[in-house]
Design a protein around this ligand. Structure first.
Ligand SMILES: O=C(O)C(=O)C[C@]1(C(=O)O)C=C[C@@H](O)C=C1
Length: 357
C-alpha cells in the first residue's frame, strides 16, 4: 500500500473514533446529569479500573497495556471534565514528581493548582478550592513522608486513590563540559539517590552540591545560571529549557514513589482488589499486649496487614504513639467491618481504594 492509501485508512478510522468518542461523551453527559441530581461523586476510580481491566483483557495488540491505559485515562479525564470540571491541587512546583503523579491519574485536561507545601495541598481540598489533592506518602528507598502521615491524622480528608510512579533523575545543564560546572542544584534526597553518578562523574572536580527546596527549583536555577547544573525530573528540565545531558542517573532503577489522591467525603465502591488505610489511637497502647491484640484482630480474620507506621502522640513528655495501618480489602468487607465496629472510638477509617501494586 502507498503512504497515501495508508493515511486514507487512518483518516477513515479516526472519523469512526471521533464519532464513537462523542457517542461515549453523550452517555457520560447523562451519567453526569444523573449524578448531579443525586449529588453523587464524579470521580469513580474503581469504575475506571474496571474499564481498564476489561480493555486490557480484550486488547489483542499491537497497542501496549501502558499506551492503552494512558489513552483511556485521558478519555476519563475529558469525561469527568465534561461532567464537572475538577480542580486538582498538588505539591508543586510545576514539573514536580507529584505533578507527574497527578497527571498520570487526572490526565492533561484537568485544571491543576501547584501548592508550595503538603499542608497547603490538604488545605486546598479542605476549603473546597480544589476537589482533589495529590501528595507523596512514601518512597521505596527513603521511607515515608512524615508530614503527609501527620496531616492524615490531623485533617479530615479521605483517600480516594493511590498512584505510583518510577522516579528517574536527569542531569541538566547548559554547559557541555562537566569540569566547567561550579554548582549542582537539587533536593538533598536526590543527591543521595544519585550518589554513584555524582561520585563517578565529579570525582576530583570542584562542583559544589547545593540543596534547594525542590528539583523543579533546581532546574529553574540551572536555566538562569550558565555554569551550573540541576538534578531534576525530565519534565522539569524540559519545562525550564535546560538541555538534558544524562537521563536516569539514579543509583537504583527500582526507585518508586507512592502518592495519595485526597478528597473530602469520598467513598469508593469495592473493586475486588482494594486497600484500606486506618489510623489507630489505642487506649493504653504502651500496656503489655494492647498493640499485639489489636494486630491479632486482623490476623485472626485473614486480613493481610501491609503497613504499620508509629507516629508520636505528642501528649506531654511521654513516648506514646498513634499508628497508621494499611491492609488489603475494603471497609465494606464483613471481616473489616467487624474490626471497625469494635473500634468506633479509637480507629479512624481514611478510605478504601483500588490498590495499584
Ligand atoms: O461511570 C461513571 O460514573 C462515569 O462518570 C463515567 C466515567 C467514564 O468516562 O467511563 C467517567 C468518570 C468516572 O471516574 C468513571 C467513569
Amino acid at each position: 500500500m502507498t503512504l497515501q492509501n495508508l493515511r486514507d485508512q487512518i483518516d477513515s478510522l479516526d472519523d469512526q473514533l471521533l464519532q464513537l468518542l462523542n457517542q461515549r461523551m453523550n452517555f457520560v453527559r447523562q451519567v453526569g446529569e444523573l449524578k448531579r441530581s443525586t449529588n453523587s461523586i464524579i470521580y469513580r476510580p474503581e469504575r475506571e479500573r474496571q474499564i481498564l481491566d476489561r480493555m486490557n483483557a480484550l486488547n489483542g495488540g499491537p497497542l501496549s497495556e501502558s499506551a492503552l491505559e494512558a489513552i483511556f485515562l485521558e478519555i476519563f479525564a475529558a469525561a469527568r471534565n465534561m461532567e464537572l470540571p475538577e480542580r486538582v491541587a498538588f505539591l508543586g512546583p510545576e514539573g514536580s514528581f507529584t505533578h507527574q503523579a497527578a497527571e498520570s491519574r487526572f490526565g492533561a485536561v484537568s485544571a491543576y493548582m501547584a501548592q508550595p507545601t503538603i499542608r497547603s495541598v490538604f488545605e486546598s481540598v479542605e476549603t473546597g478550592r480544589a476537589r482533589f489533592g495529590v501528595v507523596p506518602i512514601e518512597n521505596n528507598q527513603e521511607g515515608v513522608v512524615n508530614e503527609t502521615i501527620d496531616l492524615l491524622n490531623e485533617k479530615n480528608l479521605m483517600i480516594a486513590a493511590e498512584a505510583e510512579i518510577a522516579v528517574h533523575f536527569t542531569f541538566a545543564t547548559q554547559t557541555d563540559n562537566l569540569a566547567d560546572i561550579t554548582h549542582i542544584y537539587s533536593k538533598d534526597i536526590a543527591f543521595r539517590q544519585c550518589s554513584k553518578f555524582l561520585n563517578d562523574s565529579f570525582d576530583g572536580l570542584q562542583a559544589e552540591m547545593v540543596p534547594v527546596e525542590s528539583t523543579s527549583k533546581a532546574a529553574k536555577m540551572a536555566a538562569q545560571q550558565p555554569r551550573t547544573a540541576a538534578i531534576c525530573s525530565h519534565i522539569a528540565a524540559k519545562l525550564f529549557g535546560v538541555p538534558v545531558l544524562f537521563d536516569n542517573i539514579e543509583d537504583s532503577n527500582l526507585n518508586r514513589t507512592r502518592f495519595l489522591l485526597l478528597a473530602k467525603d469520598f467513598r469508593n465502591e469495592p473493586s475486588g482488589r482494594d486497600k484500606t488505610t486506618l489510623i489507630a489511637r489505642l487506649q493504653n497502647s504502651n500496656s503489655p499486649g494492647v498493640l499485639a491484640e489489636f494486630l491479632q484482630e486482623f490476623n485472626a480474620r485473614g486480613i493481610n496487614l501491609t503497613k504499620i507506621e508509629s507516629r508520636p502522640l505528642r501528649e506531654g513528655a511521654t513516648f506514646r504513639y498513634w499508628f497508621l495501618l494499611e491492609c488489603e480489602g475494603h471497609a465494606d468487607d464483613p471481616a473489616l467491618q467487624e474490626i471497625l465496629n469494635h473500634h468506633t472510638a479509637d480507629v479512624k477509617w481514611l478510605g478504601s481504594y483500588v490498590r495499584v501494586s
